[in-house]
Write a protein that binds this ligand. Structure first.
Ligand code: SAM
Length: 327
């Protein structure tokens, strides 16, 4: 499946819920409804995944909101195995992972990415607005490693004045060799949430800081990879990644497409337009529904944006946060 810019689209990020048990300060407002409206059934999500797979999607990443909050996730992953994908992965905050890691691995999930924005328990609580989450996430990381959900990746969004003093501590964590640590530049999502260019810690600065503490050497990798990858120059185990959508966009190599938990296709995180799949889902049973889904997907892919416009005059932030889009 190619878009009009000749990019092959083969990675689907499928959000299974917009609910989250964390309220990360940069992502979410205070209290929100327990059950956001319009959450698709597992059957509908499976029909969508099947339609994407028929069109050439090779990797599905289950995300949210917090996917581990939704009962039935492992059973859903098991059903996805029928699609013969190259990869089924999961992005989670890790809070509920210790108890679910084994069953998710048994269900065919191969890899897990865990969000961790601080290695200091108190700061972690301030960022997530959840007490005692840190120990649970650490237990989740250990359980994911033990269950063979590796290489386990840790994603840290860096925010100036908040956790940018922890670059070296995260690098030290990576050097233990158990997990790959990836730094992510803070992106301007959801109109109205706090974001300014000054809050972004650019890739160049992260590399400078690493050069002064734990020098790294770049690992060559496929152009479609979102992360630049680095190993430690002194030969220590471990790997660092940097995902720099703000200062070094990778739109030209983008192979991704997203579906929200309420059944909307987003062709870019920064899309201002969404493509509703619910009418196609109700277009009759079996073959009619599947054909309608495939038509709608192709229609959206055809219109995938060439690139985002962060930092340019007239850039408009999308109406939804990552938690609703599916990170
Ligand atoms: N609940 C899961 C988790 O915590 O990984 C999956 C969803 S969460 C929205 C996915 C990722 O998006 C998290 O790593 C989060 O830090 C990141 N994220 C949210 N808002 C962001 C932003 N404005 N810029 C960069 N990353 C963001």
């Amino acid at each position: 499946m190619r878009d009009s810019h000749q990019r092959e689209i083969h990675d689907l990020r499928l959000s299974v819920t917009a609910r989250c048990n964390y309220r990360c300060v940069y992502c979410r407002a205070g209290e929100e409804s327990a059950q956001p409206p319009g959450e698709l059934s597992w059957e509908d999500l499976e029909a969508i995944a099947r339609a994407f797979a028929a069109l050439g999607i090779r990797k599905i990443r289950l995300t949210g909101g917090e996917p581990l909050l939704r009962p039935g996730l492992a059973a859903f992953a098991t059903r996805l195995q029928d699609l013969q994908l190259e990869d089924i992965a999961l992005t989670t905050n890790g809070h509920l992972l210790a108890e679910q890691a084994e069953s998710l691995r048994a269900a065919g999930i191969r890899r897990v990415t865990i969000s961790l924005d601080s290695v200091q328990p108190e700061k972690f609580a301030r960022i997530t607005r959840v007490k005692n989450g840190f120990a649970r996430v650490m237990a989740g990381i250990d359980a994911a490693c033990a269950a063979g959900l590796g290489p386990v990746k840790i994603n840290a969004v860096l925010l100036r004045g908040c956790n940018d003093d922890e670059i070296e501590a995260f690098a030290a964590l990576a050097r233990r060799g158990q997990v790959v640590v990836r730094f992510i530049e803070f992106m301007p999502l959801e109109e109205g949430r706090v974001w300014s260019p000054e809050l972004v810690v650019p890739m160049a600065e992260i590399l400078q800081r690493l050069a002064a503490s734990y020098p790294v050497v770049e690992i060559p990798c496929a152009p479609s990879e979102t992360a630049r990858r680095f190993r430690f120059a002194d030969g220590a185990p471990g790997e660092i990644g940097i995902i720099a959508p703000v200062t070094s966009p990778f739109c030209g190599q983008c192979s991704r497409i997203r579906v929200t938990a309420d059944g909307k296709i987003r062709t870019c995180l920064f899309s201002l337009r969404e493509w509703d799949l619910t009418a196609a889902l109700r277009a009759g049973s079996g073959a009619d529904r599947d054909a309608a889904l495939r038509r709608r997907i192709l229609e959206a892919v055809e219109r995938k944006e060439a690139r985002h416009h962060i930092g340019e005059p007239g850039f408009v932030r999308p109406g939804r946060a990552m938690v609703q889009i599916g990170g």
